[in-house]
Design a protein around this ligand. Structure first.
Ligand code: 13P
Length: 250
């Protein structure tokens, strides 16, 4: 169902959290061999922690990712980080289109598309985030919103590596999650939409995932892993989610 028979992915988006000492203690707390056979683990710390964390995570079989990127390779773009710099720091993944960047930093589809292309050019795998606001869900516009956000894939190479994350904005950081029925229904729609662009890829669920709901969410049809915010900041709760993922896929 997913191209290349890929493992499910549990990815921790640390957002704007984490200092060096905390990151080192976190890695220590993950133990020797944290990744179960059927689960891939990735961590997306802030830019400042990419270099110090990269090799240490790699030794534990954990992939590194960044939370954003700029679309130019280099030059006079004060404050920006390029895809090549992310590769240089050891990143495999980069999160694009997160709702916090769409809403707070006004990142529009056109900019996200430029970042997508630049990331592919540098050899990164984007995790493209999509999701509707509460008023849009209540107005029955969820599919319309997701279709529009996915439309940037039109004309892109279906072989370029991609993971999609469905993150309903109203579930992010709120402790509220959609019903399992809503999750299955929406993931089925996203997988269908992706076919329009010749793609079969992993679709993660994100929004208030924690150890207590992770197994149910990741057992839903069409859910191929989780993008975790708050609960990824504590190594024990993050590993609780990884273990739940292993149970869900077994
Ligand atoms: P929470 O897990 O804190 O709800 O955040 C989800 C998220 O935005 C991951 O990208």
């Amino acid at each position: 169902m997913i191209s290349g028979d890929r493992r499910c992915l549990v990815a921790g988006n640390w957002k704007m959290n984490g200092l060096l000492d905390e990151a080192m203690a976190y890695i220590e707390a993950l133990g020797e061999n944290p990744a179960p056979e059927k689960v891939e683990i990735a961590i997306m710390p802030p830019f400042t922690l990419l270099h110090p964390m990269g090799e240490r995570l790699e030794r534990k079989g954990i992939r590194l990712g960044a939370q954003s990127v700029f679309y130019e390779e280099k030059g006079a773009f004060t404050g920006s980080i390029s895809p090549l710099m992310l590769r240089d720091a050891g990143c495999h993944y980069v999160i694009l289109g997160h709702s916090e960047r769409r809403d707070i930093l006004h990142e529009a589809n056109e900019v996200i598309l430029k970042k997508l292309k630049a990331s592919w050019k540098a050899g990164l795998e984007p995790i493209l985030c999509i999701g509707e606001h509460l008023d849009e869900r209540e107005a029955g516009k969820t599919n319309e919103v997701l279709r529009e956000q996915l439309s940037i894939l039109e004309g892109t190479d279906p072989a370029a590596p991609l993971t999609v994350a469905y993150e309903p904005v109203w579930a992010i950081g709120t402790g509220v999650t959609p019903t399992l029925e809503q999750v299955e229904e929406t993931h089925a729609f996203v997988h269908e939409e992706l076919k329009r662009y010749g793609r079969t890829c992993r679709v993660l669920y994100g929004g208030s995932v924690k150890p207590s709901n992770a197994e149910d969410l990741m057992s839903c049809a069409g859910v191929n892993g989780a993008l975790v915010g708050g609960a990824s900041l504590d190594p024990r709760s993050f590993m609780g989610i990884v273990e739940a993922a292993a149970r869900a896929v077994s």
